[in-house]
Ligand binder design. Structure first.
Ligand code: FAD
Ligand code: NAP
Length: 607
């Protein structure tokens, strides 16, 4: 079986996958997916693993280029994050008018976001709309988990296996598995003894959960907990929050979007998209480059107050040095702590909620009424920082010899971030080497898109790319466009495989590590560095150099004939590509935000 041998998806199987598959009807999807027979010996140009925004856009691009592709998705529908995370209060924290695809002006014009930060059902509806509008669904096999992917060095293709018995081959194996998709199930002692209901925010029941009248425990105080706690508190008869590390959170000030606001953006949407791409974060918001340490205390307070009133992640844009100078960071941290002290009426609870670590070191949270929730008489905060959760009992959770009686426990314990979903697939490259083995001391990639020893394995928002430090849909689009351009170029020159060169990869990994050290973000324990999961190596995994800097690097690599990659088997040599580079990725540095001095000092602020 040759991977350059192109075949179509068998007609019978397509029928089974498409008939009656309506985005709103999960039961029908399940029924039809269950009827599907395993596919054996099919060959595609690409297999894409995951049907979140990354997998969907990759599929759309490849189909546009005439490639055959099959997507496997473990869930019963598209949307990834927004399919799985259905907990109360789940919503985006990058404004919806920017947290959306930008590749289609028509889509931008057609879709109306209802709120500044859209709730999960609306984002999921958007994902389904995209799937339908661009005819993606029939190429996706749902309820199908990829279990293994091995590179066949003779046929020069990937052999992919699923838990539904599929055994297919593809020239490219494209990982669109998500950075925050492998739920972290903490193996608490006695977990199976608990007689109540147990939930993880990242795997929330589709039918929803009614907590009315129940005693509920929430473990964790990250973004998922902070969004869900105020809503769970509205239903529960008693709510106990188990906090290991206090979290900084900025109010969202979420609001309905008016038609006037939407229309003003839609009048020149491409301009907003272009401004967003030029920002280190991949999304646009007012940014004050002045260092906090050069401002007077009064100026600082005024500036922080203004930024607080705007709310959300842009709060970090109050000054230019907040993530680089500890003394500057101390000023914003104290401002945020004082806000907590003002909101929370019980001084002891307020102090417990005041974080001591660097502001914005862990991913900043954005909330609606989080701290206010602790003023409710039935809400209690339990500190597990020094005395960890001892065990689950039949009736609750035990900490420091005290049992907290509970009817339901919500684990808002996050994810095995960045590499967790890779670890759950047996990925084998050249000479039988596994990816798990290769990444044991931390992931190693070139540009976050590929890794030595695994030809034609492409990793969308892979470790070593801006990914989670940018607005992710923009990061996804940039990766997908770059990869699609690369694949089309390979077809042009008849290349069989693409693989990074070791020296270039080593240099990139070193650069990613070096740049991370200029940011205070590298100084604390967080999922950015993998330390939220015991036993993982401590490595700063995303690229913190800023989105435009990274995009320029990717562009240069492509313009220089995919410098740093080997393309094997090319009939006509690997000359510089007939520049396919998608025009919108010619991203200028935003000098308003990244001053030349900042670039020279590699001071590239990120959120
Ligand atoms: P995902 O959406 O994670 O999709 C990956 C898919 O791959 C999943 O559906 C999964 O089932 C599938 N998969 C994984 N392994 C396999 C396998 N072996 N076989 C088959 N399928 C597999 N980012 C922002 O920029 N702004 C936000 O406001 C924001 N809010 C977020 C809120 C929450 C609650 C969470 C958890 C994350 C948020 N993120 C946000 C990050 C978010 O993950 C990305 O924005 C984006 O949705 C990621 O898309 P993706 O397609 O790369 O990955
Ligand atoms: P998270 O930020 O990793 O938070 C997990 C929480 O669980 C932390 O408070 C952690 O404490 C706690 N925890 C983990 N293990 C524990 C243990 N054994 N005992 C006690 N506590 C434990 O996960 P998340 O909240 O799901 O968010 C992950 C990321 O997804 C976010 O950072 C963000 O990027 C994205 N997200 C975004 C939004 C949004 O607003 N749009 C919403 C949800 C998620 P420690 O801090 O001490 O480890």
């Amino acid at each position: 079986m040759r991977c350059n041998h192109r075949i179509a998806w068998p007609v019978g199987a397509v029928t089974q996958l498409t008939v009656g598959v309506l985005s709103a009807d999960a039961a029908l999807v399940m029924q039809h997916q269950q009827q599907r027979s395993p596919e054996v010996d099919a060959v595609f140009d690409a297999v894409i693993v995951g049907a979140g925004f990354a997998g969907m856009y990759m599929l759309h691009r490849l189909r546009g280029l005439g490639f055959t592709a099959r997507v496997y998705e473990a869930g019963g529908g598209v949307g990834g994050t927004w399919y799985w995370n259905r907990y109360p209060g789940a919503r985006c924290d990058v404004e919806s008018m920017q947290y959306s695809f930008s590749f289609s002006e028509e889509l931008d014009q057609q879709w109306d976001w209802s709120e500044k930060y859209a709730p999960q059902p609306e984002i999921l509806a958007y994902a389904n709309h995209v799937a339908d509008r661009f005819g993606l669904r029939q190429h996706i096999a749902f309820e199908t988990r990829v279990t293994a992917a091995s590179f066949d060095e003779v046929a020069k293709c990937w052999r992919i296996e699923t838990d539904r018995g599929d055994r297919v081959a593809a020239k490219f194996c494209i990982m669109a598995v998500g950075c925050l998709s492998a739920a972290n199930h903490v193996p608490f002692r006695g977990r199976e003894d608990f007689r109540g209901a147990l939930y993880h925010t990242g795997e929330w029941p589709h039918e929803g959960v009614d907590f009315t009248g129940l005693r509920v425990g929430v473990i964790g105080t990250g973004s998922s907990a902070i969004q869900s706690i105020p809503l769970i508190a509205q239903q529960a008869s008693a709510l106990t929050v188990f906090q290991r590390t206090a979290t900084y959170s900025v109010p969202a000030w979420n609001a309905k979007l008016t038609p006037e606001y939407r229309n003003a953006i839609k009048a020149d949407y491409p301009a907003l998209r272009a401004k967003a791409r030029a920002r280190p974060t991949g999304f646009y918001f007012p940014f004050n480059m002045k260092p906090a340490l050069e401002a007077t205390p009064e100026e600082r307070d005024r500036q922080y107050e203004e930024a607080w009133q705007r709310g959300g992640l842009p709060f970090l844009g109050a000054f230019g040095d907040l993530l680089f100078e500890k003394a500057a960071n101390d000023t914003i941290a104290e401002f945020a702590r004082n806000k907590i002290r003002t909101i929370v009426s019980d001084p002891a609870t307020a102090e417990l909620l005041c974080p001591e670590n660097v502001f914005g070191c862990k991913r900043l949270c954005v909330d609606t009424g989080y701290f206010e929730t602790y003023n409710l008489p039935h809400v209690k905060l339990v500190d597990v920082s020094k005395t960890p959760i001892e065990r689950f009992t039949a009736d609750g959770i035990e900490v420091n010899g005290t049992e907290y009686p509970l009817d339901a426990i919500v684990c808002a314990t996050g994810f095995a971030a960045m590499t967790g979903s890779f670890d759950r697939i047996g990925i084998t490259g050249r000479s039988g080497q596994t990816l798990a083995e290769k990444w044991r001391a931390g992931p190693r990639t070139y540009l976050g898109v590929a890794t030595v020893g695994f030809p034609n394995l492409l990793t969308i928002t892979g470790p070593g790319s801006p990914s989670v430090l940018a607005s992710m849909i923009q990061a996804i689009e940039q990766h997908v466009d770059w990869m699609a351009d690369c694949m089309a170029h390979m077809r042009d020159i008849g290349a069989a495989t693409v693989e990074p060169i070791q020296a270039y990869q080593d240099e990139w990994v070193e650069h990613v590590n070096e740049v991370s050290k200029i940011s205070l973000r590298s100084t604390c324990s967080s999922w950015y560095v993998g330390t939220n999961i015991p036993g993982r190596p401590r490595v700063f995994m995303p690229y913190i150099g800023g989105f435009p800097v990274y995009v320029q690097k990717c562009n240069e690599v492509m313009s220089n004939g995919f410098e740093g990659f080997v393309m094997e088997g090319a009939a006509s040599g690997n000359e510089a590509p007939r520049v396919r580079l998608t025009e919108r990725w010619r991203v200028p540095l935003d000098i308003e935000v990244i001053s030349p001095a900042a670039v020279a000092a590699k001071r590239v602020p990120v959120v």
